[in-house]
Design a protein around this ligand. Structure first.
Ligand SMILES: Nc1ncnc2c1ncn2[C@@H]1O[C@H](COP(=O)(O)OP(=O)(O)OP(=O)(O)O)[C@@H](O)[C@H]1O
Ligand SMILES: [Mg+2]
Length: 313
């Protein structure tokens, strides 16, 4: 399907996950376990694709203060990368897993990225695309604090105008932006979809209706609904997918895993229905793992029989 998949990270992160046995507000709490992952949504997509043996390249911008740790984590996960390193420090997102199993997540803002670095990144992306036929660019995750949604849209549009396919999983765009960008895939969760549409979408019917509107300019509309599964709509078909309940360890990165699972399955030549089933199985397998641990092909395949698919057209 695609000759090359490139994931773009303009605000990558290190996900620091800490487990404690106490939650004491007067004394220091000791950690019982600590994990650190290379993160940011596009990075997670590349990490999952690597585990599923679908090649991708992860490009982006990172701060040089802690870039060695970051790239060593990418290497450990088998991710091919080429990051532009500029002065600054890659943000640390903190995940605290407290004794009752609840999770507190704090995402830092990241550091401002100069316009010149964005231009240099563009040159690297174009070089990576050079000579390739069909390219999928995955733009996922948050923006550095100084980059506006408008500037980001123009940046992405400059690639779209060259006929490149886009997968978008970012909370920054509204409906009219999506209409301009005409992406191949969007994968908002319900909160992001509500923000995108500027509507509170109380019923599934209202979500499906908006997905249908979007499907006139987005090839694959995936709206993930957390434990309730997913709504999938194209201009030709629509499915409501759900799974058996599983024992949940961490939902962080479940959506990124869903997106990567979908891309992987399409890349294998599977039909949209097979690809979306695989995507939901991947999301389900992902929540059964700690932190942002990455699913294996076997873990995803084990979940496929538990996915229920109902046509909504
Ligand atoms: N609590 C849960 N129980 C079972 N499956 C879940 C649960 N939460 C998420 N999933 C699975 O993962 C998929 C994606 O989840 P969700 O809608 O939470 O994505 P998200 O908010 O985009 O996640 P993130 O951005 O952290 O990667 C769901 O469609 C579902 O298949
Ligand atoms: Mg998400």
């Amino acid at each position: 399907m695609f000759d090359k998949i490139i994931t773009i990270s303009v605000n990558p992160a290190l996900d620091v996950t800490l487990w404690t046995e106490t939650m004491d507000f007067s004394e220091p709490n000791k950690t019982t376990r600590e994990e650190i992952y290379a993160a940011g949504k596009s990075i997670n997509v590349s990490r999952v694709l690597a585990s599923l043996q679908t090649p991708s390249v992860s490009l982006g911008i990172c701060g040089d203060d802690n870039s060695r740790l970051f790239t060593s984590l990418l290497q450990k996960d088998g991710v091919h990368y080429d990051f532009l390193t500029i002065p600054g420090c890659i943000r640390e997102n903190l995940t605290l897993i407290i004794p009752d199993g609840r999770v507190l997540k704090i995402n830092r803002a990241g550091f401002p990225v100069p316009a010149d670095a964005m231009k240099q990144l563009k040159i690297r992306i174009e070089k990576e695309m050079d000579g390739c036929g069909n390219v999928l660019l995955v733009f996922a995750g948050s923006l550095p604090p100084n980059i506006t949604p408008e500037a980001y849209k123009s940046y992405i549009l400059s690639f779209r105008r060259k006929g490149v396919a886009l997968a978008l999983d970012t909370a920054v765009f509204k409906m009219q932006d999506i209409e301009e960008l005409q992406p191949f895939i969007i994968k908002p969760n319900l909160v992001e979809f509500r923000q995108m549409c500027g509507s509170d979408l109380r019923t599934e019917q209202s979500i499906i209706k908006l997905c249908r509107t979007l499907s006139s300019y987005v090839d694959h509309v995936l709206v993930s609904l957390g434990s309730k599964g997913l709504i999938y709509v194209t201009k030709d078909c629509g499915y409501r997918l759900s799974t058996l309940s599983v024992s949940v360890k961490s939902t962080i990165g479940a959506g990124d895993t869903t997106l990567a699972g979908f891309i992987h399955s399409l890349q294998q030549g599977n039909s949209p229905q097979e690809a979306i089933t695989y995507a939901v199985a991947a999301g389900s397998a992902s929540v059964m793992l700690d932190g942002t641990d990455i699913v294996t092909p076997k873990q995803v395949e084990e979940q496929i029989p538990n996915v229920a698919v109902k046509s909504i057209r």
